[in-house]
Ligand binder design. Structure first.
Ligand SMILES: [Zn+2]
Length: 326
């Protein structure tokens, strides 16, 4: 074999190793892996992690992958940097930092911020949840804090979300949100949500003629509230309504039921988390399914339930769809 052909054979075998590595990774990561930088970078870049830690076993691997796959127009990269998963947006790298998504300069101040909620969300019908004594204590404490009028002053580091939605002030938001009509009601939402919300409407209109509970639900609506510049009730943290990525469906009447945990708590119901004592305002399952199929999560599945509230969180839906079967 000549020197030239040996060199060519060498290059070929390196290429083959790279291709088989890529194929193995594609199999392991499912449909998004094509756009997912990270483990595949070790191929030829010489950046393999010397600690030998598998990137997928590092904290935040799933969440970072889900965010990267869910906002392709905003998030341009995802990789392990300096031993931690990070996402690139507009030339800035945001490190996982236990869910806080911080730029490099703030990584050692992670304890000062609360994490961005990346819900472990269950698709479909309402998941059953066991209220343990420990959980009951947490729920009671939070209820007391609210009824005493105390504000949870802990801050979220807003830059990641501000950058994702390109909104960091009420003025930005006013400029960016778009007027839409949803099930006959006007509201304003973020441009990212316009098409997903139109899809929800199409799905709901398609089931309405065959499902009286859906038809009645839509008939009984009195308003749809999207963008509003405000904090989450009882906290110093900006609501997803401020970014125009949440919508509340408001009915004409609650008929003695509770759509929101705080209203049940304020009505003096001690164990408001127990559905038998605080009957919740119901949303028909096909409505919830239509939202989930379009990238929204339903607040009715939160422990601190908010049955009026749907939030565009395609990363949570992505994680639910890609969770390994237990
Ligand atoms: Zn809401």
């Amino acid at each position: 074999m000549s020197r030239g052909s040996r060199a060519r054979a060498g290059v070929l075998s390196i290429l083959l190793v790279c291709i088989s590595l890529l194929l193995a990774l594609t199999g392991a990561h499912g449909r998004s892996s094509g756009s997912f930088a990270g483990p595949a970078d070790s191929c030829g870049s010489g950046d393999a992690d010397p600690s030998g830690v598998e990137p997928d076993s590092l904290p935040g691997a799933q969440q970072v992958q889900a965010l990267h796959a869910s906002y392709p127009s905003r998030i341009s990269g995802a990789e392990v940097r300096d031993g931690e998963w990070a996402l690139e947006m507009d030339g800035v790298w945001y490190y996982w930092a236990d869910g806080r998504l911080l730029p490099d300069a703030l990584r050692d101040r992670a304890h000062e911020f609360v994490p961005i909620h990346l819900y472990r969300y269950e698709l479909g019908s309402m998941p059953s949840r066991e209220i343990t004594p420990d959980l009951e204590r947490v729920l009671s404490e939070r209820t007391t804090q609210h009824s005493d009028g105390r504000t949870d002053e802990r801050q979220r580091f807003n830059d990641f979300l501000d950058s994702l939605y390109q909104i960091s002030s009420a003025r930005d938001a006013e400029r960016i949100v778009r007027r839409v009509s949803f099930l006959g009601f006007n509201t304003r939402v973020h441009p990212l949500v316009v098409e997903p919300l139109a899809q929800v409407e199409r799905l709901v209109l398609a089931v309405m003629p065959h499902d009286e509970s859906v038809a009645r639900f839509v008939r009984d609506l009195s308003a749809v509230h999207g963008f509003t510049w405000r904090n989450i009730a009882g906290t110093a943290r900006r609501s997803y309504h401020s970014y125009g990525v949440a919508v509340d469906l408001i009915p004409r009447s609650y008929a003695g039921t509770f759509p929101y945990w705080l209203w049940a708590a304020q009505a003096g119901i001690d164990s408001w988390w127990d559905d038998a004592t605080a009957k919740r305002w119901a949303v028909p399952q096909p409505i919830i399914d239509a939202f989930e199929a379009s990238g929204f999560i339903w607040g009715g599945k939160w422990l601190f339930f908010d049955n009026l509230h749907f939030e565009y969180r395609p990363e949570s839906i992505y994680m639910a769809e890609h969770r390994p079967a237990s």
